[in-house]
Design a protein around this ligand. Structure first.
Ligand code: ZN
Ligand code: ZN
Length: 601
């Protein structure tokens, strides 16, 4: 949406929806920020929450009842939601204080019918709504078509970006081999078929890419993988791109999306078990399978883990992408040091300039997410996005937080650097150095098989905890190879996660520190889990992390006395590698800046 709707328009939309709900004899309707694939980015066609409420954040749920309405958002969006929605019509509520389910249980009346769109909720989500309705004596009702679509006159059509083959030279393993591997996993469960609803899983499995949403080359589609490796792909035929049919071969059949229902019906019958990820699939699919008599086996998407373990070709591609991206970022950082000192530079101009350096590589397909370009207090807003309204100048004494990434055919990048504008304060240096110690603590750890990101998270926080400080986000997420910048199943976070870190996995290492109203700090590299190897004199093989990201860490913010010799050694080695790798790729002014920025301390 380019132009934000006015409050009056928002009020009209709400009234139209309520009238539609009245026609359907519904007491209310649940509006999640979701599409049928539960993706991070939704196409404009599915931006129903934004259209109805004005809220444009990446997560949230509204519940519209006859006389009251509420929108539930997490800690990232408590301020933004008040800015964007008409709070006289819709109550903004922090989800950690009150869940939509508790709110519904309180406000629904016995006999009320609460509607939901089964394409936009997972089976797990629906059971939560069901128990909320039961507590109030109300009934949950799956709508056959979305009531918002009925009143959204100028709703954009579903996206139709071409789906094309992803060449083997980047994928490293052909689809037949992948399908055979995953089919074996499905057969072992045992199940006859797996229904796949995550576009990044389908993209990986079939070696295809699309362009239906911003920032990720996702082919919005569904697939059924059978236990013998055959696969049915359900997508809009208008999206069949050049070479797709030949690429898919005769073991993968193409079908219109409308054929998904009948195909699910054919999975019914008393002997057939069907694997479905009930944490990510649409409830519509689970309902249809159950109605057809299929025996649902609830389990993780079988592609998720194999996709997370990158093969040698993908790792090589990711390395190349990071070298290219590092040179672009480095050129920007050199330019920034020159330009910011003169004054008059703002956040949007800075991020546009960075994008122009990435474009100049000639390989940029898209940014991997909207750049976070935050000066001073804006850097403390974890999911900040500069706009004409809040665009700040980069001023002396500011810390400037820049979190950005790119999509290249051979790989996806995600990097954060925090840069001192002018002379930093002693406090800023202390905090930055503690964040750096956390980053290094994680970067240098050696760990045995079976260790998860939840076990390692503390390493990134120890130096902050020692000073009574912390940060309120996870430390690391998985990253796809020319796919989603955020992917599972592994992560580095305090939240329980039982997925062991395996060789070939790529995760971010991004501790931070945020001082509300003052500044934000984050240092983010993507790291690759290395093969287990013997440590001289050791008994068990250990894995570790290899940093893929190549960009200087601002030495003006480093207090040497806070670093151990080992930590300073890591920083010097890292900087030497950054310098050696990027030096041949940058122009002369950047080269001399780079030599200084990566000097040994
Ligand atoms: Zn990032
Ligand atoms: Zn990240």
């Amino acid at each position: 949406m380019d132009m934000a709707p006015t409050l009056m328009e928002l009020g009209d939309r709400l009234a139209c929806l309520r009238a539609e709900l009245g026609r359907r004899n519904l007491a209310g309707f649940v509006v999640p920020r979701a599409d049928a694939h539960q993706g991070e980015y939704v196409p404009p066609h599915d931006a129903r929450l934004a259209w109805l409420t004005g809220f444009t954040g990446s997560a949230g749920t509204a519940v519209i009842l006859r006389t009251r309405a509420a929108i539930f958002v997490d800690g990232r969006y408590t301020l933004q939601v008040r800015d964007e929605v008409d709070t006289t019509l819709i109550d903004p509520l922090p989800i950690m204080e009150q869940s939509p389910e508790d709110w519904l249980a309180k406000h629904l009346r016995p006999g009320d019918r609460l509607g939901y769109d089964p394409w936009l909720h997972t089976p797990d989500g629906v059971s939560r709504l069901q128990s909320a309705c039961a507590r109030a004596g109300a009934v949950l009702d799956a709508c056959t078509d979305n009531p918002i679509d009925a009143v959204w006159i100028d709703q954009p059509p579903p996206p139709k970006a071409a789906i094309t083959p992803y060449p083997l030279e980047y994928a490293g393993e052909n689809s037949t081999s992948k399908r055979t591997r995953i089919a074996e996993l499905v057969a072992k469960i045992p199940a006859y078929a797996a229904v796949l609803t995550m576009p990044d899983s389908i993209a990986w499995l079939l070696n295809i890419r699309g362009g239906d949403v911003d920032h990720s080359p996702l082919p919005l589609s569904f697939a059924i993988l059978y236990d013998d490796g055959r696969c049915s792909l359900f997508m809009d035929p208008d999206k069949i791109g050049q070479g797709l049919v030949a690429h898919l071969g005769d073991q993968v059949t193409l079908h219109d999306q409308q054929a998904l229902g009948p195909a699910l019906d054919s999975l019914g019958g008393d002997t057939k078990h069907v694997l479905l990820d009930t944490g990510t699939a649409a409830a519509w699919i689970a309902n249809r399978l159950t109605a057809a008599g299929a025996k649902l086996v609830s389990g993780a998407d079988p592609c998720a883990l194999p996709k997370a373990r990158k093969n040698a070709t993908e790792i090589a591609g990711m390395r190349t992408a990071h070298i290219r991206d590092g040179a672009a970022l480095c050129s920007f950082l050199a330019w920034l040091d020159q330009t910011a000192a003169k004054g008059g530079l703002d956040e949007i101009t800075a991020s546009d300039k960075l994008e122009s350096f990435r474009k100049a590589t000639g390989c940029l397909r898209d940014l991997s997410f909207p750049t976070i370009s935050g000066a001073g207090p804006n850097g403390a807003i974890v999911h900040y996005r500069a706009s004409a309204k809040n665009n700040r100048m980069l001023e002396a004494g500011n810390l400037y937080l820049l979190d950005s990434g790119a999509q290249y055919l051979d790989g996806t990048t995600d990097v954060t650097r925090t840069i001192a504008i002018g002379t930093p304060s002693a406090e800023q240096q202390d905090r930055f150095t503690r964040v750096l110690k956390g980053h290094i603590g994680l970067a240098t750890i050696r760990f045995p098989k079976g260790v998860t990101g939840a076990h390692l998270d503390v390493l990134a926080r120890a130096a902050l905890w020692k000073a009574g400080l912390d940060y309120d986000h996870g430390t690391g997420h998985g990253v796809g190879c020319y796919l989603s910048v955020h992917e599972g199943p592994q992560s580095i976070s305090r939240r329980p996660n039982n997925v062991g870190l395996d060789p070939g996995m790529i995760v971010s290492n991004e501790p931070g520190y945020y001082k509300q109203g003052a500044y934000g700090i984050r240092i983010e590299n993507l790291v690759l889990v290395t093969e287990p190897c013997q440590i001289p004199g050791g008994e068990r093989e250990m894995m570790g992390f290899d940093s893929l990201t190549l960009a200087p860490i601002d030495l003006r913010l480093v207090t040497r006395g806070l670093l151990t010799d080992e930590e300073a050694g890591w920083l010097n080695t890292y900087h030497a590698q950054v310098c050696k790798t990027l030096m041949p790729l940058v122009d002369a002014p950047t080269a001399s800046w780079l030599a200084h920025a990566t000097r040994a301390i």
